[in-house]
Design a binder for this molecule. Structure first.
Ligand SMILES: [Fe+2]
Length: 373
């Protein structure tokens, strides 16, 4: 009796933890991972997969990471598979003899590798709309019972709210970045770049950040800082900003004030401290020859160091009114050459790893091969 009661208390404690996942993180990937671990404990089973409904598609998808690659398992929302049927009928399915069920043929290789004997599936639904499906595999008790089925409803309620909160945050964050990007682009239009500089710097910075395995908050700060890195140029006069020729020394001195001007604009916004530092120090160098402060290696925040590489790389490959952009392969080699002096070594190493996987690397090699032949 006591152990039964103890078990129930533990279950409810675990259920509360599931409902509190968004208070520790708003990273949807982290939440999904933690939710699966938590549900496996709650239902006392071997493995739990959490599928998300794909926007605009009649499919649900489970994404998981192996090494650095993201793998996917997809199911059409129809009655032909276990997961699809759960999503199609918005119903809980408890299958205690997988072997005898025709739908087992449609199971993913991932689930087949677990040799499923019994499976419990339940949908996550909000206001009649499907959000996702939970698939619990192989109960440690030999089969999922009535209590598990009943309990899965409580899990679904908690998890739906948790996921909706995280999705809402993700959507708002994306919108916020897009709004800021539009504003930054408006400044870019004044600049002598051919356009799209902000978007490209953000993309390159994101790729480097991924290689460096930045966490969720660091990545958010990096994206915002890369979008805002030249916001201070709003305070630089057009005759310098729009000049269709290289800047003179005195003009360059004025241009160098843009990180400080950007700092003036953004410093009062609460919660943006790391973003502001990323923007403010993006022209600093490890050898101390950067501006405006001449900071040295170890003093420059990693976000600023990433933006420095992303920004310089894009500046080199961009065509200006007074010069043609360099081929990406040449710009890439330049970045590598200045590792440790102009650029942070760890950031350059991450940039190199990403670039070698990018289409620019292959294309440029082909171009140089074609030129040579
Ligand atoms: Fe800049």
């Amino acid at each position: 009796m006591v152990s039964d009661l103890q078990k129930k208390i533990e279950r409810y404690e675990e259920l509360i933890k599931l409902g509190q996942l968004t208070s520790s993180s708003l990273d949807i990937k982290q939440i999904q991972k933690k939710a699966c671990t938590s549900i496996a404990k709650l239902l006392d089973c071997e493995k739990v997969l959490l599928y998300r409904k794909e926007e605009k598609l009649q499919e649900v998808v489970y994404r998981y990471q192996i090494d650095h690659n993201i793998e996917e398992v997809r199911f059409a929302i129809d009655e032909h598979s276990f997961v699809g049927a759960c999503a199609h009928y918005l119903a809980t399915l408890s299958i205690n003899n997988v072997k005898m069920d025709i739908r087992k043929k449609r199971e993913s290789d991932l689930v087949k590798s677990l040799k499923p004997k019994n499976i419990l599936l339940f949908p996550l639904v909000s206001k009649g709309e499907l959000i996702g499906v939970v698939e619990a595999i192989n109960s440690n008790k030999g089969g999922f019972d009535e209590e598990d089925v009943h309990f899965s409803e409580a899990i679904a309620n908690e998890l739906t709210t948790t996921l909706l909160n995280a999705l809402l945050f993700e959507k708002q964050q994306r919108m916020f970045i897009q709004v800021v990007e539009s504003l930054a682009d408006a400044i870019g239009k004044k600049d002598a770049y051919t356009g799209g500089h902000t978007k490209r710097v953000r993309h390159f910075a994101e790729m480097i950040g991924k290689e460096m395995e930045l966490n969720f908050n660091e990545m958010n700060d990096l994206l915002l800082a890369s979008v805002l890195h030249d916001i201070g140029k709003i305070g630089i006069e057009d005759s310098i900003l729009k000049k269709r020729a290289p800047l003179t020394d005195s003009e360059f001195e004025i241009m160098k004030s843009h990180p400080a001007l950007g700092h003036e604009i953004l410093k009062k916004i609460e919660g943006l401290e790391n973003v502001v530092d990323g923007m403010r120090f993006h022209h600093e160098r490890p050898d101390g020859k950067g501006y405006p402060f001449g900071l040295k290696d170890g003093e420059i925040p990693v976000i600023a160091s990433i933006i420095s590489v992303a920004d310089t790389f894009d500046a080199m490959i961009s065509t200006r009114p007074y010069r043609k952009g360099l081929p990406p392969m040449v710009a890439y080699e330049e970045i590598l050459k200045y590792s440790g002096t102009q650029f942070d070594t760890a950031v350059v190493a991450a940039f190199e790893r990403w670039f070698k996987k990018s289409r620019m690397y292959k294309d440029s090699t082909l171009v140089s091969q074609r030129k040579a032949s």
